[in-house]
Design a protein around this ligand. Structure first.
Ligand SMILES: CC(C)(COP(=O)(O)OP(=O)(O)OC[C@H]1O[C@@H](n2cnc3c(N)ncnc32)[C@H](O)[C@@H]1OP(=O)(O)O)[C@@H](O)C(=O)NCCC(=O)NCCS
Length: 169
């Protein structure tokens, strides 16, 4: 088990721990406003229900040494973008800086390229989120550009840094 990071299906019985870890402003500040703060049991229940009804969204629980530690997912794009997906993730604060998300992103990209046959995975990171930028760099994502002043978060305007990884096949 030592240091083992695995992806698995997100279960209903992950709800309480997911809500406990997600209810953290240091997490929500890096995500879209649809991931609110405070993050309540209702928010978690709504999210799990939405997963059942949305085929474009694939979400895994991140399992660290047998414990639920966070979520990682792909939003599958449509029409001419259907070989692309956006990757998104959060990890509970007690688990930060142990290399867990680097492993989880690598596992998700492998799934996207090898099983789903996607060509391109991309991610937009707010300029102040250095940890997530570092994770993407460590996973071989390239910085493609800066969407200047694209983000309005908590009353302030920020740049978004765009990263992508291309399937080498
Ligand atoms: C961002 C996040 C996913 C990182 O997960 P993690 O498991 O801690 O990441 P890892 O341990 O694999 O790697 C983190 C890297 O960032 C670095 N880092 C952490 N904080 C940093 C900071 N403030 N400035 C610069 N680098 C930082 C770490 O040193 C490490 O790099 P290293 O291996 O070269 O030392 C996690 O903090 C999180 O869930 N944050 C809130 C949600 C979020 O930001 N989601 C992504 C939105 S794009």
């Amino acid at each position: 088990m030592n240091g083992l990071v695995a992806l698995r299906k997100l279960h209903r019985n992950d709800l309480d721990r997911m809500v406990e870890l997600a209810n953290n402003e240091k997490i929500s500040v890096n995500l879209r406003d649809q991931f609110p703060h405070p993050y309540t049991r209702n928010d978690g229940t709504r999210f799990l229900k939405m997963l059942d009804s949305n085929d474009q969204l694939i979400v895994f629980a991140i399992d660290y040494e047998g414990e639920y530690a966070g979520n990682i997912g792909l939003v599958l794009e449509t029409d001419v973008y259907r070989k692309s997906a956006e990757i998104g993730y959060f990890l509970g604060e007690p688990y930060w800086n142990k290399g867990i998300m680097t492993k989880a992103v690598n596992l998700t990209v492998t799934h996207a390229f090898e099983s789903l046959k996607l060509i391109r995975i991309h991610c937009g990171v707010y300029e102040y989120n250095k940890a997530s930028q570092r994770v993407l760099q460590k996973c071989g994502f390239e910085k493609e550009g800066i969407f200047k002043k694209a983000i309005y978060k908590k009353g302030q305007i920020w740049d978004e840094i765009r990263y992508a990884k291309i399937n080498p096949i």
